[in-house]
Design a protein around this ligand. Structure first.
Ligand SMILES: *Cc1c(COP(=O)(O)O)cnc(C)c1O
Length: 378
């Protein structure tokens, strides 16, 4: 059996190596390393995948969030609502722009932002809501959109973990992650569902005006060379990464399928074992399984992680500390007990190895050892 990894990038790359080599050679032959045809073609191809929404490539998923916030004019004195159970990026960029992150708890089953919490967090200073589509499924965009419309607030969708997940509500709202709210963002970090061989990211929007604004911001606030209409940043996807992403974008549907098959195998292997709750499937969103995250019912996640590490089985805790308990954000004034769901999740969630190359034998071994560890420590 091949060594088990959280993400198997060697295996994934090996299957498309000739196309990757060809793409890299194309860039070297052109010696066009920044901008150019590869980047614009990738943006166009991803836009087609996202039902025609504008795609503005940039340097990484964190920049994408910052640029999205900048394009909405968010700055000092503004409040932005964001979940406390998330990767740090969305909170970090709100703080960097001098705005105030207003944290909200998540739902215990979907891990996504709690809409009642959002309603309660809205004040006269609120300027936007960030929905992080965690682990591969969309947040409850139907409810969020109706709250946002009522208060005339833009929603920023962070789809770094959920690119091409489809949301569909009971009425007429439907669409791919990142194309439903005012603006979306994503990351092409190597381990994401669509990953490049370095850093990369993009902003997604159906608004032509915001798309133009984001393009300007990524390019030093400049529409015309050496003429700066606003304070911008330097955030570019380079041509090598774009060429690689063009190859991998063609595989994305197959990658999603492989992840779904692996998730189903985990479900079956865990059936009847009452030490864990398998991931809940949101009936309004398709799942692209960036993570397969179980909740431990009795055992402590860090203890199980350590136990499995002794057997060379990597598992991960996303996220071990909610944002409101992070030292960098104590000035926001939150304390233990403020967001009980996120606090409990941080001690009970466990993400199992999930990638496009998992074999049934590996998964059987993982689940066998997981069950043994949980039985031992409960
Ligand atoms: C990975 C990730 C990001 C940041 O992406 P980078 O490309 O690493 O900057 C932002 N948000 C979420 C939810 C992520 O998982």
């Amino acid at each position: 059996m091949k060594r088990i990894q959280m993400v198997d990038l060697e295996g994934q790359t090996a299957r498309i190596r000739p196309q990757i080599d060809e793409a890299i050679a194309r860039v070297l032959d052109s010696s066009k390393y920044i901008g150019g045809e590869e980047v614009s073609s990738f943006a166009k191809e991803l836009s087609e995948e996202l039902d025609g929404a504008f795609v503005i490539p940039c340097a990484n998923g964190t920049d994408a969030l910052q640029i999205a916030l900048m394009s909405l004019g968010i700055g000092p004195g503004d409040e932005v609502i964001v979940p406390t159970f998330t990767f740090i990026s969305p909170v970090e960029v709100i703080a960097l722009l001098g705005a105030k992150p207003v944290l909200v708890d998540v739902y215990p089953d979907s891990f996504n932002i709690n809409c009642e919490g959002v309603k309660e967090a809205i004040t006269d200073l609120t300027k936007a809501i960030v929905a992080v589509h965690l682990f591969g499924q969309c947040a409850d965009m139907g409810k969020l959109m109706s709250i946002a419309e009522k208060h005339n607030l833009p929603i920023i969708e962070d789809t770094a973990q959920s690119l091409t997940s489809i949301y569909c509500d009971e009425h007429s709202l439907s669409g791919k992650a990142g194309t439903i709210g005012k603006i979306g963002t994503t990351s092409f970090f190597p381990s994401k569902n669509l990953g490049c061989f370095g850093d990369g990211g993009a902003i997604i929007t159906r608004s032509e005006e915001l798309a133009a604004e984001c393009r300007t911001i990524t390019n030093h606030g400049s529409k015309i060379r050496y003429n700066h209409s606003s304070v911008g940043v330097n955030s570019r996807l380079n041509a090598l990464q774009a060429a690689i992403l063009r190859v991998k974008l063609r595989e994305l549907e197959d990658y999603n399928k492989r992840r779904r098959e692996a998730a189903l195998r985990y479900d079956n292997l865990l059936e009847g074992f009452d030490g864990v709750a398998i991931p809940q499937r949101n009936k309004r969103s398709s799942h692209v399984y960036h993570q397969y995250t179980v909740k431990l019912k009795g055992a402590n996640n860090a203890q199980i992680q350590n136990e499995l590490a002794t057997e060379d089985i990597p598992v991960a805790i996303y996220y071990p500390t909610p944002i409101h308990l992070q030292p960098a954000y104590t000035s926001l004034g939150y304390s233990e007990g403020n967001f009980p769901v996120s606090e409990k999740l941080s001690k009970t969630v466990l993400s199992l190895p999930m990638h496009t190359e998992l074999s049934a034998t590996q998964q059987e071994h993982i689940v066998d050892r997981l069950k043994a560890a949980i039985t031992k420590w409960t």
